[in-house]
Write a protein of this length. Structure first.
Length: 167
């Protein structure tokens, strides 16, 4: 099975943080979305791995948003939460474990609600995490991802999330 950002399915990428390029999937998706102008891009980036998006002319011309602080990410989530469903496609990229760890409870719940209702919002969420099913994640968050990509020992496998709502 392959996975496409245009399919409208949420993707969770499980990988070790010790990989040489732990956020390579997010980088590739961000550059692809910006170059093809298929989605308005939102990036929650507490690790500062995607800071180049903040100053990219293509990113700002197309309306890409980047946040790295709990307050900034919270504002971004509020903006996504208030966006009316329409023809505009939205893409949220996030390092899941770090983002969740930085957010307060209301913003954790807002993020979970955004992932859960993504299809209704014309939103696709792509996140990376080294935590496989972390118990401290909000209830329903992991299940809201349709597909899971497992990267291990140089191999990648995409499968439907057995906890997910699928479709």
């Amino acid at each position: 099975m392959s996975w496409e950002v245009t399919a409208g399915r949420n993707l969770l990428v499980h990988q070790r943080d010790t990989e040489n390029f732990p956020n390579l999937p997010l980088t590739l998706m961000a550059t692809g979305v910006l170059s093809r102008r298929t989605h308005e891009l939102f990036v929650a980036d507490p690790h500062h791995r995607h800071h180049w998006l903040a100053g990219s002319r293509n990113a700002t011309d197309w309306g890409a948003s980047w946040a790295d602080t709990p307050e900034g990410i919270g504002r971004m989530l509020t903006e996504l939460d208030s966006a009316a469903a329409g023809p505009k496609r939205l893409l949220l990229l996030a390092g899941l474990s770090t983002t969740i760890a930085k957010l307060d409870l209301p913003d954790r719940e807002r993020l979970t609600d955004l992932v859960t209702t993504a299809r209704d919002r014309n939103l696709t969420v792509v996140a990376t995490s080294s935590d496989h099913g972390a118990r401290w994640f909000p209830d329903g968050l992991i299940a809201a991802f349709d597909d899971v990509l497992v990267r291990d020992n140089g191999h990648s496998t995409v499968h439907r999330n057995p906890l997910g709502h699928g479709g």
